[in-house]
Design a protein around this ligand. Structure first.
Ligand SMILES: [Zn+2]
Length: 326
C-alpha cells in the first residue's frame, strides 16, 4: 500500500552543514541543549562532523535556533541530559550516538529514526531540526517546488490571490485551493466517487495566522513536542501554498482518528491513485527523518501530474525529492 517508501539510509546527497550547525557542533554543550529543545531526536543532531574543523564559530553563546520564538521548552526533555556526545576533535570516525534517551511519546507509526549514519547533521534530513529559514523558491509560481519543512518556510504574507472554494471541484465546500488545482482535484474526486470510495476535504489553504492557531490547537491536544511532529509551525505548512489538502472518507470521521486512514477504502484508494491526478502524500509512513513529520496519510500536496509521477517513480518522499532538485 505504501506508495512512497522511505529511502535507503545514506542515499542522501550531503551538503556542507551550514555554519550554524557547525557552530553548534563546536560548542559541546550546545548540542545537548538543542537536542533537548527539539525533543531529543538526537539522530539528526549527532555532532560528528570531524572533517570540518569548526569555523570561526559565531560565538557559542549565540542562540542556535532563532526559530524558537518564545516557545516553552518542553521540560521533560531537559532532564538528565543524556550523552554529551563524543568530543569533537577526538573522533576521526564519528560514532553515531544512538539517538539519545528521550523517546518521542506515542506515535506508534513512527519508525524511531533510522540508524544515524556518521553523517553530519545537515539540512537534508530535517527531522528534529527546527529553524526559520525562508525557502528559496517562494514565488507564487514556485508552488510545485517550494521546499517546506521544519526548517524552511514561507513569508508570513504569502497568500495566493487565486483561491477558490473546493465546491467547484464537486467536493464539499468551505475550503479553498488555488484555481489551477481544481481540474485535477475534481477529476480525482470524481474517480474516487466512481470507485465507490468518495472522499471529502477537511482542510485546504491555511494562512500563516490560521496555521498559528492550528499549531496552537495541537499543542493543546498533545503538548508542544508532539505538535512539532504532527503539525507545522506557522510559515512552514504546505497548506499555506494553497495547493495542499487533507482528506477523509465521505461520511467518515477525522482522518487522524483512524489507526491508519490509508488502510480504509477511501484512504487506500488515495494512496494508490492520487498521484495520477497530481497529488503526492507528503508524509508517508516512516519518513520522519527525511520529512520532519510523522505519517500523515490524509495530507496531499498538489504538484501537477508530471511531477507527481516523477516523485512516485523516485520512491522518495516529496520533501526529499525537492531537496535533491532544489
Ligand atoms: Zn495537512
Amino acid at each position: 500500500m505504501a506508495v512512497l517508501t522511505p529511502p535507503a539510509a545514506g542515499s542522501l546527497r550531503r551538503t556542507p552543514a551550514p555554519s550554524l550547525l557547525l557552530a553548534i557542533a563546536a560548542a559541546s554543550a550546545v548540542p545537548v541543549l538543542l537536542a533537548a529543545m527539539v525533543g531529543g531526536i538526537g539522530a539528526t543532531l549527532a555532532p560528528g562532523q570531524p572533517a570540518q574543523p569548526a569555523p570561526p564559530a559565531p560565538s557559542a553563546t549565540a542562540s542556535p535556533t532563532p526559530s524558537w520564538t518564545g516557545t516553552p521548552t518542553p521540560t521533560a526533555t531537559l532532564s538528565p541530559s543524556p550523552t554529551p556526545t563524543p568530543s569533537l576533535g577526538s573522533a576521526p570516525e564519528v560514532t553515531p550516538t544512538p539517538a539519545t534517551t528521550v523517546k518521542p511519546t506515542s506515535a506508534p507509526s513512527v519508525v524511531p529514526t533510522p540508524a544515524p549514519t556518521a553523517a553530519p547533521a545537515d539540512y537534508s534530513r530535517p527531522g528534529g531540526i527546527y529553524l526559520d529559514i525562508l525557502t528559496a523558491y517562494r514565488g507564487y509560481g514556485d508552488w510545485y517546488r517550494s521546499l517546506l519543512d521544519t526548517i524552511y518556510m514561507l513569508p508570513a504574507d504569502y497568500s495566493p490571490g487565486d483561491l477558490v472554494d473546493t465546491s467547484v471541484a464537486s467536493l464539499n465546500g468551505g475550503y479553498v485551493v488555488r484555481s489551477f488545482v481544481v481540474a485535477d482535484l475534481k477529476a480525482m474526486a470524481d474517480a474516487a466517487r466512481v470507485n465507490g470510495t468518495p472522499i471529502v476535504v477537511v482542510s485546504g489553504f491555511r494562512s500563516y495566522a490560521h496555521q498559528q492557531s492550528t499549531f496552537d490547537y495541537w499543542v493543546g491536544v498533545g503538548g508542544y513536542e508532539q505538535a512539532l511532529r504532527t503539525s507545522a509551525r506557522p510559515g512552514h505548512s504546505e497548506h499555506q501554498l494553497g495547493t495542499t489538502l487533507d482528506f477523509t472518507s465521505a461520511g467518515g470521521k477525522a482522518p487522524w482518528e483512524y489507526a491508519d486512514w490509508a488502510m480504509t477504502p477511501a484512504g487506500g484508494w488515495m494512496a494508490a491513485n492520487a498521484w495520477r491526478y497530481g497529488f503526492v502524500m507528503s508524509y508517508p509512513a516512516g519518513s520522519f527523518a527525511t520529512t520532519g513529520y510523522d505519517y500523515e496519510p490524509w495530507h496531499y500536496r498538489y504538484v501537477g501530474r508530471n511531477l507527481a509521477a516523477a516523485v512516485r517513480k523516485s520512491g522518495l518522499p516529496l520533501r526529499e525529492y525537492l531537496w535533491q532538485t532544489r
